[in-house]
Design a protein around this ligand. Sequence first.
Ligand code: GTP
Ligand code: MG
Length: 370
Amino acid sequence: PEAITIQELANRMAERAVDVIKLLMKQGQMAKITDTIDADTAQLIAEELGHTVKRVSEADVEEGLFDVADAPEDLVQRPPVVTIMGHVDHGKTSLLDAIRKTNVVGGEAGGITQHIGAYQVKSPSGDKITFIDTPGHAAFTAMRARGARVTDVVVLVVAADDGVMPQTVEAIQHAKAANVPMIVAINKIDKPDAKPERVRTELLQHEVQVESFGGETIEIEVSAKQKTNLDKLLDMIGLQAEILELRANPNRAAEGTVIEAKLDRGRGPVATVLVQRGTLKVGDIVVAGAEWGRVRALVSDTGASIDSAGPSVPVEVLGFNGTPEAGDRLAVVENESRAREVTDYRSHQKREKQAARASGMRGSLEQMMS
Ligand code: GTP
Ligand code: MG
């Protein structure tokens, strides 16, 4: 049910809250500034104060922002987006670093200074692969809960000297719940106490049957330290991507997901965005969550300034007026007033939710005290 606090209603009309309360009292309703009134009452009050009311619903505001279908003939192949998951210390970061140092797109090994949480590498066959730097399981879940589907393939890292551990099991469950195919990288096989066979057996106990055990899940023995089988891993990711037939329309207004965002002292709000459909360009007007902005600059994963970013490309977006949140979905809109409409509505919704939560908390606190 739609509702608004008296304070919020007054703010939106640029009236004093006390005048709203007076009108409510005239109608026999006693209310405090923090109280919530329903949309019909709010409309009556607003009209009484001489305002014209335009009631918008979520459907009106969000209409056409996402999920406008592409014609099949407009779709072209796009790189797979891969997330590395696994238990603490099993070598996720080491594996990503090793892959990145040898296979960065553009090939400048050692020239990587930037960390943007996501980057592209080239597989031995020349195809691009986008990696998302371990967002952590909580972030993965949060993104999924928000309907942001960013991962095409999960690489599950299991250390051969440690075996399947609690977070390994968690990762398996995440991948299954999200219905994302998984490739198992049995890592640290250079270690004398490595027991890759044991890993395979333990995985079986969690309903993951690897290929060498007659199952469907690809497994590869790797060593991040000695850079063993990294090309093979990339090949397998490429193979998996082929099966998935990943496609997107690059010739449309961009859509994507915020992977991470921060407020930078010099540059202002900086959002790392994975573009998923369309092409994001400098000058575009974007909304993400309750924030909007005009794209002032796009920075690639190697720190280069670029003019545009297409499907599966991770990019830093500069120009937001505020800092969006990880998991927020980004969309390009036609103009500033549309951006304002969308983000005004969303920030209003956000405030209402926070207020509702706060008053709920107050309620339970009062109960506790009585
Ligand atoms: P968290 O981010 O803390 O969950 O850890 P992680 O999974 O990213 O592991 P990380 O890459 O930080 O590696 C943990 C430790 O294992 C480090 O000391 C690495 O040097 C070591 N390590 C990673 N891969 C290998 C490997 O292939 N062989 C050996 N011998 N050691 C490895
Ligand atoms: Mg790590």
